[in-house]
Design a protein around this ligand. Structure first.
Ligand SMILES: Nc1ncnc2c1ncn2[C@@H]1O[C@H](COP(=O)(O)OP(=O)(O)OP(=O)(O)O)[C@@H](O)[C@H]1O
Ligand code: SF4
Ligand code: SF4
Length: 286
């Protein structure tokens, strides 16, 4: 069973449109995992029917037992996040570091689990989808990504699916590291803008660091063909394979509004996406 992750250095490059199309291409052969847990939107195109919900416990938070607290102030002094005021922990400021439990000589602080979101296993017309929601102001999205990936991997194994197809988080922070780790192949989606070029470099460095084979595609390549050529040269220079160029195509937006993967329509973008999929499937890693 192989794990393919689609990532991008920045949001809005077209990652979700591409993963939804790949889901259609892989229909019945893949478990799909939406690891963009901070802003999940794959469900908009895949219209999942939820089958199972699992609780997600993020960071543990501190609680002070007023009965035991001697009001010595040691925890207030040592909390780096100024989360303790008037011998009470402000739950939205507590980062769960646990320092207060270590400095309290009266055993008055407890670290308590709390519900931070849910992971879901759903059915879609292309196969199972594992997705998640984080409650507002919650943190630990990297941990939730790890949970989504673990559920997806176990599901793929039990259903004897060929692959897990992962819609990764954008950026290069903790959630994207959790999306990438242990993947067999990463497709990096970029676009021909200055920030796109800069972010591409950072995300390729990250994939290289984890020794994950990365390939690149340029979405909306024709909005600036000069920058697209620069991206191609940069990939050449790094020895990274450029697997495709997707043109700007209003049908992609239309498909998203209609809730269908664009590959289900006959359009210039869908043709390019199918070609990219074929290249991924014929890569020696698969
Ligand atoms: N080739 C294209 N031509 C025209 N519009 C496109 C193309 N690819 C994507 N779009 C549009 O760009 C927007 C962003 O695409 P999408 O949501 O797939 O990107 P994303 O990288 O997953 O974004 P996010 O980081 O917000 O999840 C959407 O409105 C989508 O319809
Ligand atoms: S767990 Fe850390 S952040 Fe939270 S109150 Fe204690 S010291 Fe502060
Ligand atoms: S360190 Fe313990 S006893 Fe001292 S103020 Fe904090 S909770 Fe209370």
């Amino acid at each position: 069973m192989k794990q393919i992750v689609v990532i991008s250095g920045k949001g809005g490059t077209g990652k979700t449109s591409i993963v939804a199309s790949f889901a259609a291409c892989a229909s019945g052969r893949a478990v799909i995992a939406d690891c963009d847990v901070d802003a999940p939107d794959l469900h908009i195109i895949l219209n999942p029917v939820v089958r199972e919900r699992r609780e997600f416990f993020g960071l543990r938070r501190a609680f002070i037992d007023k009965e035991r607290c001697t009001e010595c102030g040691a925890c207030i002094e040592r909390c780096r996040f100024d989360a303790i005021n008037n011998f009470e922990v402000d739950q939205s400021a507590c980062e769960g570091c646990g320092v207060c439990t270590l400095v309290c000589g009266s055993d008055a602080v407890r670290m308590v689990e709390h519900l931070s979101g849910y992971a879901y296993i759903s059915d879609t017309r292309y196969g199972p989808l594992v997705h998640a929601e984080m409650f507002p102001a919650e943190e630990a999205s990297g941990k939730l990504v790890t949970m989504v990936r673990e559920i997806a991997r176990n599901l793929a194994e039990s259903l004897r699916m060929e692959m897990v197809l992962i819609d990764g988080s954008p950026g290069i922070g903790c959630p994207v590291i959790s999306s990438l780790a242990g993947a067999d192949l990463a497709l990096v989606v970029t676009e021909p803008t200055i920030s796109g070029v800069h972010d591409l470099d950072r995300i390729l460095d990250l994939a290289e660091h984890f020794r994950i084979r990365a390939m690149v595609c340029i979405n909306r390549y024709d909005i600036n063909e000069d920058i697209s050529k620069n991206i191609e040269r940069a990939c050449d220079g790094r020895g990274t394979e450029m697997v495709g160029r997707i043109p700007f195509d209003m049908n992609v937006i239309d498909a998203m509004v209609r809730g269908v993967p664009v590959v289900e329509l006959n359009t210039p973008a869908s043709y390019s996406i199918k070609q990219i999929w074929s290249r991924l499937m014929t890569s020696e890693i698969m």
